[in-house]
Design a protein around this ligand. Structure first.
Ligand SMILES: [Zn+2]
Length: 233
């Protein structure tokens, strides 16, 4: 636990330099997220198997908080690392966009992992679905995910969310892929280019973005296996 917290703090500090899209105000949320869950999980958390055929042991849980709406609280389990990265990306984005509308948080995994309806993956605590930001909050959102178009998407806030995940890609258990419809990827990257985000940062985001059908209403972030999860695939 302490080692994880320490690793995340080190990571947070190393990722501190300001970027064109706005000042970084990284908080030590990772520590809070892991500390809060320690009492529910006596055993060490483990991700076992593959996201499409796996399970989860002694998981952490993403709790509700200001600025985001958890759609199905019984599906918010994941590894501590996944939960900490998710919480941190949400908080970084909401800090940078305090006037953004509430953000819809979809499924992570069930408490013991395993098969979960409406998903091919989300079985081993390494996946999360998160809604998008819109220029004007659409009707039905955040209870439901709503499809975005190039005109309705709030590209600035959504870019911030995606890049907050992308910056974890070299960390143990960091983001491996961010699935998003390619048309919306294009909207985000065009926004970043027009707004003088560095080429390095844009490439970092593009390295993890992957097109996936039916992902025009949310992003799906897949996290890597952690080094210590030896039966994670
Ligand atoms: Zn998903």
């Amino acid at each position: 636990m302490f080692a994880l917290a320490l690793a995340l703090v080190t990571f947070a500090m190393s990722a501190a330099p300001a970027e064109a899209e706005g000042k970084q105000t990284r908080k030590r949320v990772a520590i809070a997220a892991s500390a809060k869950t320690s009492s529910d999980a006596p055993k060490r958390d483990r991700s076992i198997g593959a996201p499409w055929s796996g399970r989860l042991q002694a998981p952490a849980r993403l709790r509700g908080g200001d600025g985001y709406h958890i759609r199905r609280p019984w599906r918010t389990y994941a590894t501590r690392t996944t939960v900490a990265f998710v919480k941190e990306a949400i908080d970084d984005t909401l800090d940078a966009f305090p006037k953004a509308h509430v953000l819809a948080i979809g499924d992570l995994s069930q408490e013991a992992g395993g098969w979960i309806s409406e998903h091919a993956s989300h079985q081993s605590g390494r996946d999360v679905d998160i809604g998008l930001f819109f220029k004007k909050k659409p009707e039905g959102y955040p209870a439901k995910f709503i499809r975005a178009t190039s005109t309705t998407l709030d590209a600035a806030a959504t870019w911030k969310l995606v890049s907050s995940f992308a910056r974890t890609q070299d960390d143990d258990g960091g983001a491996q892929f961010i699935f998003l419809d390619e048309r919306l990827q294009h909207v985000l990257v065009s926004w970043a280019e027009k707004n003088k985000v560095s080429e390095k940062r844009i490439r970092q985001v593009q390295r993890v973005l992957r097109h996936e059908p039916n992902h025009a209403d949310h992003i799906h972030v897949r996290f890597k296996c952690r080094d210590r999860d030896t039966s994670c695939r």
